[in-house]
Design a protein around this ligand. Structure first.
Ligand code: FE
Ligand code: FE
Ligand code: MG
Length: 165
């Protein structure tokens, strides 16, 4: 990476790369949780849920891309082995073994809430220290906030549908 680009980072770069790799691991697990969830999900309002889960999967993958780009710019190495994701993850992985739509939505809402918390912590850590990473994290956080709201709105719709049956 550019030497000056790294020099302006006013924080421990090794530590920052480690935190970015933890977030990177979360994104891959989130990607797969959404992707497989979109394939197995069953129940009322399934079509709308499938399109949202599919879209979120692609957005989580895009977050992984943003994070790798920044890790490499900082002179770090993105996680190269999927088995490392489980060791580094903040938010874990919730297998959609119960494919009922309400269950799947609840699992993903929990995941988004964890993502919001961990990106908010990263944002505070990089504020006034590393504006480039800050901007990347802010971009991702904005989308995680949107994800949580989308899923909660879908869950609400399903609950209303079921109440009126
Ligand atoms: Fe994400
Ligand atoms: Fe998300
Ligand atoms: Mg959405």
């Amino acid at each position: 990476m550019g030497t000056l680009g790294r020099k302006i980072v006013d924080t421990n770069v090794g530590e920052l790369v480690k935190l970015l790799n933890k977030a990177f691991s979360d994104e891959w697990l989130a990607y797969y949780q959404y992707w497989i969830g979109s394939k197995v999900v069953r129940g009322p309002n399934k079509e709308a849920v499938i399109s949202e889960l599919t879209l979120h999967a692609t957005e989580e993958l895009a977050h992984a891309t943003l994070l790798t780009t920044r890790i490499i710019q900082l002179g770090g190495t993105p996680v190269t082995k999927p088995q490392e994701w489980y060791k580094l993850t903040n938010c874990g992985y919730d297998a959609p073994d119960d494919p009922y739509v309400i269950k799947v939505l609840e699992q993903n809402i929990k995941g988004e809430q964890c993502a919001i918390k961990s990106y908010n912590a990263l944002l505070k850590k990089t504020k006034d220290k590393d504006p480039v990473t800050y901007n990347v994290i802010l971009t991702i956080l904005q989308q995680e906030v949107e994800h949580e709201e989308d899923l909660q709105a879908l869950l609400e719709d399903i609950e209303v549908m079921m109440r009126n049956r």
